[in-house]
Design a protein around this ligand. Sequence first.
Ligand code: NAP
Ligand code: GDD
Length: 331
Amino acid sequence: MSGKSALITGITGQDGPYLAKLLLDKGYRVHGLIARRASDNQWRLRELGIAGEIKFIDGDLTDASSLIRAVNLAKPDEFYNLAAQSFVAASWDQPLLTATVNGLAVTHCLEALRQFSPHTRFYQASTSEMFGLIQAERQDEKTPFYPRSPYGVAKLYGHWITVNYRESFGLHASSGILFNHESPLRGIEFVTRKVTDAVARIKLGSQRELRLGNIDAKRDWGFAGDYVEAMWLMLQQDQADDYVIATGVTTTVRDMCRIAFRHVDLEMDDYLVIDPKFFRPAEVEVLLGNPAKARAKLGWAPKTSLEQLIGAMVDADLRRVAAELQARVTA
Ligand code: NAP
Ligand code: GDD
């Protein structure tokens, strides 16, 4: 068992609980920065059965003093910065918030480490959204960036400030350029979970149609549980570096959706409605990653196919929706 200490921001999101579970299983003490919210935000930690094992520290990424406090309390060997306003569509409505949390606040994390804990290894959650209007058919660590959303622009700042603190101050700071990754813990606003939740509701008779935007968009989708392993591997290397994490397979939203409907023996075309309300001001039409460097240097490879992933998500939503409908009957 490692006996190490880790600090995770974004502990209540999709990736935070999977990463926390991985670290707990390796014997880490796991601290989670938790932002104050009016409603419950710990359901994912409960679903993985680890809510009671996390040492929570109150704080917000936009409050630099709370990050300094968190670093001083957790004394982390490893700091994973997963917190973000991560919904691309919302970044056009809240561009300044997105820039502050996803961009500037990364410097809050790095400064807390530079000044108070320079030995701590740092992981920054960068994104394939930075490739945006793609400049190469398959994107790798050398592909030029061309972000297409306020989200992507803000994340680009977070990426480069991480590289800069590594080069300027010798911090062990790595940036994981992760392509889309999903799971049964995915937020309902993202397209895969929106689809699997709708498929479950349609199958169980509580919804009649599914309304989507641009179904021609293509994404390189993997499983979040596989991807958090890559985050950890990056921080175990002697040298900090940047890595693309992807499956190397791209699929249209349309085909992903069809997989979900077929999983419950339904035909997508009977239920799908295109609604321009979900089109974006500027779209990332296609993403396709090349994870060769991660495979060679980290020994990392994805383990889960899109069919397995979407099947597991639909099954989880069937269980949730059935429980919800049952609760309504007995209430
Ligand atoms: P997510 O489910 O949206 O989780 C975001 C987390 O950030 C939540 O725990 C949220 O807390 C927290 N947060 C938001 N604003 C905060 C603030 N001001 N202070 C402190 N915490 C704050 O995102 P995810 O899918 O787990 O993704 C994790 C990270 O990877 C994000 O940075 C995302 O941009 C990046 N990324 C994700 C993907 C992907 O496909 N999932 C791909 C590439 C990169 P509340 O729960 O309290 O709101
Ligand atoms: N959310 C959503 N809802 N997306 C839709 C819909 C819809 O009704 N209809 C079509 N889409 C299309 C979007 O236009 C986009 O092209 C694609 O489905 C994927 O959308 P999201 O699932 O919202 O993910 P994203 O690719 O914009 O962003 C996710 O991946 C990034 C990595 O590339 C997020 O997790 C980001 O935080 C992450 O950085």
